[in-house]
Design a protein around this ligand. Structure first.
Ligand SMILES: NC(=O)c1ccc[n+]([C@@H]2O[C@H](COP(=O)([O-])OP(=O)(O)OC[C@H]3O[C@@H](n4cnc5c(N)ncnc54)[C@H](O)[C@@H]3O)[C@@H](O)[C@H]2O)c1
Length: 291
């Protein structure tokens, strides 16, 4: 089987990046969201990011136009049923993801491969709710998708070898590098990264440092390209909290307890860059610490 058509569920910051890289690599992409506004915003972001690649001479104007012509937006999830591969990249809530796979199932052709871009939720559990756990995998892209080279490949307990090999080939065709992870909470990247971010929020909560000193310390002291609070805003604080909850629940260890300050920011709707405010306030010309 060769993958030619790809359906992507969720046109948010990850979904639009995933659509961008698949379309640029020649795949025919159908991009779905429940919100027309999210679809419009997602397509606008893809156009802007492709333009940037043209101006940096990474791709030609023809490549950009051909990629855009390969992306078909839709509000109808059932349109994804005839695709060879589905990449679910909706919000990080298990109930939402289960409902999407359940709604999609009656429309799927038998050979379609299902994947989730989840940052942390059990692939085995998501797969077990579908009619094809052997053709279900975690396909975990990094943010921002067009720039980041890694894709984590996560096999559920039932995933078969042909599915794994096919997706490994897809990752290579996208010009990315795969790292294989076992299906345990948050896999590799977020198992290591999120406790570090959560600890940075505790450092702020306990007054050890302020937003700027914590980020400056980790950038200049540990050589990180972004400070942990800046990175949390970039990921989305709701996603960070969801991943910490998965680690806390899944590994039953208090070292993963989400910082109460992270919970408070999410309760306030301060979700980071995507909502205009998180640890930093993005509503002016340059980001400034929110408090
Ligand atoms: N943000 C990151 O850095 C990052 C990195 C890797 C993976 N992920 C994962 O990618 C997924 C998406 O995260 P994001 O950062 O793009 O979130 P986001 O909030 O930017 O986008 C989520 C999108 O899903 C849409 N959506 C919600 N319910 C839907 C449904 N039933 N059907 C169709 N669309 C629906 C929303 O309208 C929204 O546009 C999550 O599973 C997240 O854990 C995120």
């Amino acid at each position: 089987m060769e993958i030619k058509t790809v359906g992507i569920v969720g046109a948010g910051q990850m979904g639009n990046g995933i659509a961008h890289v698949f379309a640029l690599s020649g795949y025919d992409v159908t991009l779905n969201d429940i919100s027309q506004e999210a679809l419009d915003r997602g397509l606008g972001t893809i156009r802007k990011n492709l333009d940037r690649q043209v101006s940096k001479e990474k791709i030609s104007a023809e490549d950009r136009d051909a990629a855009l012509a390969r992306i078909h937006p839709t509000l109808t999830l059932a349109d994804l049923g005839k695709m060879d591969l589905v990449v679910e990249s909706a919000s990080e809530r298990e109930t939402i993801k289960n409902a999407i796979f359940e709604d999609l199932q009656p429309h799927l052709k038998p050979e379609t491969i299902l994947t989730s871009n989840t940052s942390s939720i059990s692939i085995t559990r998501l797969a077990s709710r579908t009619d094809r756990p052997e053709r279900f995998m975690g396909l975990h892209f990094m943010n921002p998708v067009p720039m980041m080279k890694l894709v984590e490949l996560i096999r559920g307990i039932a995933t078969d070898e042909p599915t794994y090999q096919l997706l490994l080939d897809v990752v290579n065709k996208l010009g990315k590098t795969a790292a294989s992870a076992e299906d345990f909470p948050a896999f590799i990247v977020n198992r290591v990264l999120l406790p570090m971010i959560n600890e940075a929020v505790y450092t702020l909560y306990e007054g050890v440092g302020n937003v700027q000193s914590i980020d400056t310390a980790m950038k200049l002291g540990a050589g990180h390209p972004m400070g942990p609070l800046e990175l949390a805003d970039f990921i989305g604080l709701d996603t960070c909290l969801a991943i910490m909850n998965v680690l806390h629940d899944g590994l039953a260890d208090t070292k993963y307890r989400p910082c109460p300050l992270l919970v408070k920011y999410v309760d306030a709707g301060w979700l980071g860059r995507k909502s205009g405010r998180g640890f930093y306030d993005y509503r002016g010309d340059t980001p400034v610490p929110s408090r």
